[in-house]
Design a protein around this ligand. Structure first.
Ligand SMILES: [Fe+2]
Length: 174
């Protein structure tokens, strides 16, 4: 369902100044760089989402009821962010590397502890990893100034992850 305004915009873009191949090459370079960054962040979102689930399942402590629920919400939210960056990569004519194996290869998050149950240590591990994920997303914001729709995806994710990190931190100090 395209509005006439959308058609008009698209038409203008297609019939715009004939900048020739140079622009196409620059755009392709930019697209490839953006796709690489999106895949790195896809790996981080996949890793972080599984970390939230791991904590959701293994958590033990007085804050169980609340944190069990909170970690599940954050896992769902982070999977949505994985979806956003993965789909943006494909919109830019790239390929999304969305498997667990792809995530292991490309993530910048440290491996999450497999046998931890204590809520304070799980909270600390999640807070640290959310912090690393935020740094990469912010790098994505800085690196996508030439492509505002991609930057918009990164900004949305930064807002959500920083809220997660704040809530995790608040439980840690509380
Ligand atoms: Fe569950």
């Amino acid at each position: 369902m395209r509005s006439s305004a959308f058609m008009g915009t698209e038409g203008d873009a297609l019939e715009g100044p004939k900048r020739g191949k140079e622009t196409a090459v620059v755009n392709r370079n930019l697209q490839e760089r953006l796709v690489r960054g999106l895949n790195l962040n896809l790996a981080n979102m996949t890793s972080l989402a599984t970390a939230y689930k791991q904590a959701h399942w293994n958590l033990q402590g007085s804050g169980f009821a609340q944190l069990h629920e909170l970690f599940d919400q954050f896992a769902d939210q982070t999977r949505e962010y994985a979806d956003l960056v993965a789909e943006r990569a494909v919109q830019l004519h790239g390929t999304s590397h969305g498997t667990i194996e792809g995530a292991v290869k490309e993530t910048t998050l440290p491996a999450f502890p497999l046998d931890e149950h204590r809520e304070d240590l799980l909270l600390k591990a999640l807070t640290d990893r959310a912090g690393v994920a935020i740094s990469e997303i912010r790098r994505g914001i800085d690196g996508s100034e030439e492509d505002l729709p991609t930057q918009d995806v990164y900004i949305e994710i930064a807002r959500g992850l920083e809220k997660q990190e704040w809530m995790l931190r608040s439980h840690l100090t509380g």
